[in-house]
Ligand binder design. Structure first.
Ligand SMILES: Cc1ncc(COP(=O)(O)O)c(C=O)c1O
Length: 467
């Protein structure tokens, strides 16, 4: 009975999603204080549990699926994806090896093939679903580390003589630094290359840095190029970077966590010119491809490097089908794996490539429209190009001068906007300047929502003219 009721409730939630404050308004500790400090000794009624869900939990939820959610990058959902997640939860299958659910393994293999051809990735690469881009990037670094050490670090640990270096831009996501720490390479060996005026990695500086390191006895291990940086969606010049990596024998990993979805559009394939020279690539369908978190698509050229890095075979995991099928536990860090391919299958089939392309194109069109609005407004300033669907801007009224004052003004403007409950935006700093980011990529977001948000931003900014 509750499953039927819940299905109705879930549909109602989406009907009324606009009525919730987009960003939760609770204060730290508010939810914790309402929870009993110990678990119930005896069974509680589902009616009571659901009532507490509404009264205690819902006020503490930020509504990521709201069409007025413009923060970070989205973690999108969609009806087909939710239906698949319901099935996944009902089946409760643990898909660590082919034997533990053959359909999960074979569907995953085919979904990765579909994604490869939908995004223009090399047909001979191999794909696997990871939980997040952070995990995918860690898998890339570990594979690069093992390949370059002849799989020796896995075997004997670091000898202490390795002088490995990893390169990324100053705009690269923090997950790269985290992976460098975890992989034992050492944060001091992460070289952050300066960006050009468009916030893209400066390939000539990358070349200089690698060559200087080689002269100094370091081994260049990996370059991470980003397609759609987190701050302002800059697109690193893959063609130049990939050439440098080939010349210097450096693993090239491409982090397209958000921007990769734009590759569904043939007119965006220029972003991956040179991809055949790269070694690995990640994009998150859970960001912009309308698939519920978590679903990160990781592709690698050298499958053997990936498998040799991760495979381990205790007696209790030996199966008769080994070698004939993909046992995905060997393709990443965790042993246990959720059945994530199902939601991709549902999403891709339910929308079809054409509709997915239309939705992504529409987000990009709306972002460009907003970018033009910002440019045309005398009290606002565009802070970065809009290559994809994120607009970076700040309020810059003529009555105010000085970066510090502008930073404070925009910080307060953001706080006021988010406090209204009508929108949720986040910020970044570009060249030391506090910048509002409006990410237009939600499944339910339309031009109308963005127009409303822009009106609110302008109105709210007028109230700050006292500065
Ligand atoms: C460019 C980029 N890479 C990696 C990540 C990390 O993504 P995940 O949460 O899947 O680890 C993000 C998150 O926003 C990102 O923007």
């Amino acid at each position: 009975m509750w499953a039927h009721k819940l299905a109705d409730q879930m549909a109602d939630y989406y009907e009324n999603i606009g009525a919730y404050p987009v960003k939760s308004k609770v204060k730290p500790g508010d939810i914790f204080a309402q929870l009993p400090s110990s678990a119930p000794a005896i069974s509680e009624d589902m009616t009571q549990i659901m009532s507490d869900f509404e009264s205690i939990i819902m006020p503490g939820i930020t509504h990521w699926q709201s069409p007025s959610f413009f923060a970070y990058f989205p973690a999108n959902g969609s009806y087909p994806s939710i239906l698949a997640e319901m099935l996944t939860a009902s089946l409760g299958a643990q898909c660590m090896v082919w034997d533990t659910s053959p359909a999960a393994a074979e569907l995953e293999e085919m979904m990765m093939n579909w994604l490869k051809s939908m995004t223009g990735l090399p047909a001979d690469w191999h794909g696997v679903i990871q939980d997040t881009a952070s995990t995918s990037t860690l898998a890339a670094l570990l594979s690069a580390r093992e390949k370059i050490s002849g799989y020796g670090i896995n075997d004997s640990g670091f000898s202490g003589n390795e002088k490995l270096r990893v390169y990324c831009s100053t705009e690269t996501h923090s997950s790269v630094e985290k992976a460098v720490k975890i992989a034992g390479i050492g944060r001091k060996n992460l070289v952050k290359i300066a960006t050009d005026s468009l916030f893209r990695m400066d390939a000539s500086l990358l070349r200089k840095a690698i060559l200087a390191d080689m002269d100094a006895g370091f081994t260049p291990l990996c370059v991470v190029a980003t397609m759609g940086t987190t701050g302002c969606t800059a697109i690193d010049p893959l063609k130049e970077i990939s050439t440098i990596c080939i010349e210097t024998g450096t693993w090239l990993h491409v982090d397209a966590a958000y921007g990769g979805t734009a590759l569904l559009l043939p007119e965006y394939r220029w972003m991956i010119e040179g991809i055949e020279k790269a070694d690995s690539f990640v994009f998150n369908p859970h960001k912009w491809m309308f698939t519920n978190f978590d679903c990160s698509a990781y592709f690698v050229k050298d499958k053997e490097a990936l498998l040799r890095t991760f495979e381990i075979l205790p007696e209790y995991l030996k199966t008769a089908t080994r070698g004939l099928v993909n046992d995905y536990r060997d393709w990443g860090i965790p042993l246990g794996r959720r059945f994530r391919a199902l939601k991709l299958w549902f999403v891709i089939r339910s929308y079809g490539i054409t509709k997915l392309q239309e939705m992504v194109r529409e987000h990009i069109r709306i972002a460009r429209w907003l970018g033009q609005e910002v440019i045309a407004h005398p009290d606002f300033e565009i802070m970065a190009p809009v290559p994809l669907s994120v607009v970076c801007f700040r309020n810059n009224p003529s009555c105010l001068t000085g970066n510090e004052k502008l930073n404070r003004l925009n910080e307060e403007l953001l706080s006021k906007l988010n406090g209204s409950g009508k929108v949720f935006l986040t910020h970044t700093k570009l060249k030391g300047q506090y910048t509002l980011r409006m990410s237009i990529a939600g499944t339910l977001t339309t031009q109308q929502h963005v127009e409303k948000a822009w009106e609110l931003i302008k109105e709210t900014a007028v109230g700050f003219a006292v500065y």
